[in-house]
Design a protein around this ligand. Structure first.
Ligand code: 13P
Ligand code: SF4
Length: 307
């Protein structure tokens, strides 16, 4: 018997061709959503794919700032986010008015934003970064100017420790990664003493201090593929397990905590992807005036390599 999920997936593939659409999925999406995507990756990989696609429609299976970045990079394309309420609570921790005020206090600062920000905030910044290129972005900046980094204090703390640069950090964080504690890691290590600990740089400094490897979601997958170890403790959102098990099924992965679920990433379902392709909505669009200022900071970021 053909399952409902299979039928829906086939209909999505048919509609995708009809619409000349590409489906991009973040690694934190539901397994069945990742499976129908043309490309599954981290924030940097998704922005790069969006920038280079010749499809007419981008169906973004991720959260709002990701679809917005795609729209900033490709203003002539239709960008749809299958659930308009899939936001990123960390991106909401800074707005353009607060940032303008802070910039007035330190007028010579270079302002760097994590890509997890709104288009309005990006329009106020000099350069963006993702977790995959943050160290390289900060290292590329002139030494004689202060750096203001928004909004993730955990990522900011990690980059400052890696680059030795002094950075003024915004009081924001990812509420999913910030749930992971040093105790969680110690408990997981005690249960799996041979496993390497891989964590995302959005984790707290005391968690990062206990990790063997700190890297983006794509970095975690690449590491497990290339490293000879057979067991890994994972310190990022649990959606990554699907890609890990698919790409390297012979290895063992242990979640460091069962609290690592981003409810916003899980809002996208196959049904919503189908509806989005059918109706070409909900669309994500950015006002021309904001886009023109925000695109500069994304373009500068895309010139800089991954770690
Ligand atoms: P990366 O995709 O850069 O690994 O970041 C994870 C994340 O939290 C995206 O919202
Ligand atoms: Fe935002 Fe964290 Fe969810 Fe990523 S995992 S979308 S940073 S809340």
């Amino acid at each position: 018997m053909v399952s409902k999920e299979h039928e829906l997936s086939e209909e999505i593939v048919r509609l995708k061709k009809e619409r000349n659409a590409i489906i991009l999925s973040h690694l934190y999406q539901r397994p069945e959503v990742q499976d129908i995507a043309d490309f599954v990756g981290d924030s940097l990989g998704l922005a790069q794919q969006a920038a280079r696609t010749d499809a007419s429609v981008i169906v973004f299976c991720g959260v709002h700032f990701m679809a917005e970045s795609a729209s900033i990079l490709c203003p002539d394309k239709i960008v749809v986010l299958p659930d308009e309420h899939a936001g990123c609570p960390m991106a909401d921790m800074v707005n353009e008015v607060e940032l303008q005020r802070k910039k007035q206090e330190i007028p010579d600062a270079i302002v760097v934003c994590y890509v997890n920000t709104s288009a309005e905030v990006k329009a106020e910044c000099d350069i963006a970064c993702t977790s995959a290129n943050a160290v390289n972005v900060i290292s590329s900046l002139p030494m004689d100017r202060p750096i203001l980094f928004v909004p993730d204090k955990n990522l900011g703390h990690y980059i400052a420790s890696k680059t030795g640069r002094e950075m003024l950090l915004w009081e924001g964080c990812c509420n999913t990664h910030d749930r992971l504690t040093a105790d969680d890691i110690l408990t997981a290590k005690a249960a799996h003493p041979r496993a390497l600990v891989l964590v995302h740089p959005e984790c707290r400094p005391e968690v990062i201090a206990l990790a063997d490897i700190v890297t983006s979601t794509t970095g975690i997958i690449q590491f497990t593929r290339e490293n000879s170890a057979g067991e890994f403790i994972i310190g990022t959102e649990m959606g990554i397990l699907h890609a890990l098990n698919k790409q390297c099924p012979d290895k063992q992965y242990y979640m460091s905590s069962d609290k690592l679920i981003c409810s916003n990433m899980k809002k996208i379902t196959l049904e919503k992807v189908h509806q989005a392709l059918l109706n070409l909505s909900p669309r994500v669009e950015v006002k021309q005036e904001i886009r023109e200022r925000a695109v500069r900071c994304l373009d500068k970021m895309l010139e800089i390599k991954r770690l």
